[in-house]
Write a protein that binds this ligand. Structure first.
Ligand SMILES: [Zn+2]
Length: 206
């Protein structure tokens, strides 16, 4: 592990978003800096989102009554739940714990853990919405590649194992950086609600 002095950290992609004048940039972030390759998403530091990184508010149990967020999100407004698109059997939502800017999840409305238990309408629409997620992300962020897939079961790394979800993570050349490795955290560089609006606008028609 290199021990670069703080002063040498190159800060990229730090743009002030419109109306962001009253956002406080915490001393902590100023000292940590950041690195990465700019993409077309607008960036803004969102210190209140650190709560999500730290895992606050995650469900405590496996049942649908134990605060499963994927069961609660469909009852929220699109803006509140960060819902990008709603189908008959599945919906697409922004991840609150993004691996990368624009990290989407395609989720069945039904509280089901195993992909093998999806019925035909569910898995057909899950596939369709995965395709549309790729199209929307390419259109509004110029994504150059994707990681697509699901973690089934806690041992496989599922954060919310009881309710399956397909991850669609956009990738750009050089988008990994030292923060997840050294800092054990991830920089959340933008307002999620603005990203949601961009992706909803770019979502392909049926
Ligand atoms: Zn659920």
């Amino acid at each position: 592990m290199s021990a670069e002095p703080e002063e040498s950290v190159v800060q990229q992609g730090r743009e002030d978003a419109p109306g962001a004048g009253n956002e406080r940039v915490p001393r902590y972030e100023e000292e940590r800096g950041g690195a990465g390759t700019p993409d077309n998403f607008q960036r803004l530091w969102t210190p209140h989102r650190m709560a999500y990184i730290k895992g606050e508010g995650r469900p405590t149990g496996a049942g649908g009554d134990d605060g499963c967020p994927f069961c609660e999100i469909p009852d929220m407004s699109d803006e509140e739940g960060l819902v990008v698109s709603r189908g008959e059997s599945v919906f697409t939502v922004l991840n609150l714990y993004p691996y990368n800017s624009g990290h989407l999840m395609v989720v069945p409305y039904r509280h089901v853990a195993d992909y093998a238990d999806l019925d035909r309408p569910e898995y057909l629409e899950l596939a369709t919405f995965t395709q549309r997620s790729l199209t929307a992300l390419r259109k509004c962020s110029g994504a150059q590649g994707f990681n697509v897939g699901m973690n089934l079961g806690l041992v496989a790394g599922a954060g919310i194992a009881a309710h399956l979800h397909q991850h669609v993570v956009p990738r750009w050349g050089g988008d990994t950086n030292f923060m997840p490795v050294v800092g054990h955290t991830r920089v959340l560089p933008q307002l999620l609600r603005d990203t949601r609006q961009m992706l909803a606008d770019a979502w392909p028609a049926a």
